[in-house]
Design a protein around this ligand. Structure first.
Ligand SMILES: Nc1ncnc2c1ncn2[C@@H]1O[C@H](COP(=O)(O)OP(=O)(O)O)[C@@H](O)[C@H]1O
Ligand code: SF4
Ligand SMILES: [Mg+2]
Length: 322
């Protein structure tokens, strides 16, 4: 495989265990493998607590995985140190959910957007900041103002400008619109779609909301309980979902706007897509973790863990009955 054929990002058999308050092991990521190609947007969707943020943070090296490999442009970060590690880190940038907490209130927008340039010693700061603000649809005079002077949507634009400052190879957007009013969400999604077309961005786009992921993603990975349970091109996933969990998620969208607004107000993620409880993450059930909630479960599902296997070209599902 040549350098350009290699996927931009390769995640192999990634595992992350945490210890909960009582000392029990919690499997936040359980053998996740995933690739992102150059110029591709891969959406990651699943209910709160399924491991999406842990995946994004592991790829960012904000947390150390328990085991598994993460290769960016063919290079394993774990093998790097010093200057090489710093250079590799600038290749991945993150956009966080909370556009209030992620911006330093004491710094001007110009300082915030230009900070990655300063950290990495990139010259031409002021002109580049002006260019970035324009790119995300903010006025030039925003540079001299402070985050609190801006609305939630505008603050997320600031965060996006900062993430783009160093022309990163990969952007990880973790619930980038979940904290915003529904009316503002589509503006930020449209911005991401436009930037992606203009700049050829490669991205992991994380959301608990399938209808959000659908608009931006080329491929979509569905996570349940620390595992990737389905992975397919976005159109295929929506037209022909194979995993019962994906079907249940799809059945819950599109929801009436009123209901979406109400669940956002309640700070809620998805409503439980089917009957039954989400299992205790420190005490996973044997077999398929979805079997307690699955309308199609058979004996085999209670005994053996289904592997993520191809069900069609480019379409994989982890279900004995897919
Ligand atoms: N630092 C931590 N210590 C212990 N458990 C954690 C920690 N971070 C996340 N978890 C647990 O790992 C699981 C996955 O969490 P997370 O990746 O945040 O899920 P998501 O982003 O999909 O909501 C959850 O059960 C969560 O409670
Ligand atoms: S493996 Fe069995 S329990 Fe799991 S999703 Fe498929 S049918 Fe349902
Ligand atoms: Mg999260």
């Amino acid at each position: 495989m040549t350098e350009t054929d290699a996927p931009l990002l390769e995640v192999r058999n990634l595992v992350k265990h945490y210890r909960d308050g009582s000392g029990a092991t919690l499997r936040a990521l359980d053998d996740v493998s995933l690739t992102v190609r150059r110029g591709e947007v891969v959406g990651i969707v699943g209910e709160s607590g399924c491991g999406k943020t842990t995946l994004g943070r592991a790829v960012m090296r904000l947390i150390e995985p328990t085991s598994g490999q993460i290769r960016l442009q063919g290079v394993d970060f774990a093998a790097l140190s010093g200057r090489a590690l710093k250079a590799a880190r600038r290749q991945v940038q993150m956009i966080f959910q909370d556009p209030f907490g992620s911006l330093n209130p004491r710094h001007t927008v110009g300082t915030i957007v230009g900070e990655p340039l300063v950290v990495h010693g990139v010259p031409g700061g002021r002109a580049r900041v002006a260019e970035l603000l324009d790119l995300v649809g903010l006025p030039a005079d925003a540079a001299a103002r402070y985050p609190h002077e801006f609305s939630g949507g505008q603050r997320q634009r600031i965060a996006i400008a900062r993430a783009l400052a160093l022309d990163p190879a990969l952007i990880i957007a973790d619930e980038p619109v979940s904290a915003l009013d529904v009316s503002i969400q589509s503006q930020i999604i449209n911005l991401i779609v436009a930037l992606r077309a203009r700049l050829g961005l490669s991205m992991i786009f994380i959301s608990h909301d399938l209808s959000v992921v659908r608009h931006v993603s080329d491929r979509v990975g569905v996570m349940y309980f620390g595992k990737l349970v389905e992975l397919a091109p976005a159109d295929r996933l929506f037209a022909d979902p194979r995993h019962p969990y994906t079907r249940a998620l799809l059945a819950s969208v599109p929801r009436p706007v009123k209901e979406v607004v109400a669940s956002k107000r309640a700070g809620g993620g998805l409503a439980a897509p089917t009957h039954g409880e989400v299992p205790d993450p420190t005490d996973p059930p044997p077999g398929c973790a979805f079997h307690l909630r699955c309308p199609l479960a058979v004996d085999r599902c209670r005994e053996a863990v289904p592997p993520l296997a191809d069900v069609a070209p480019g379409h994989a599902a982890a279900c004995w009955r897919a």
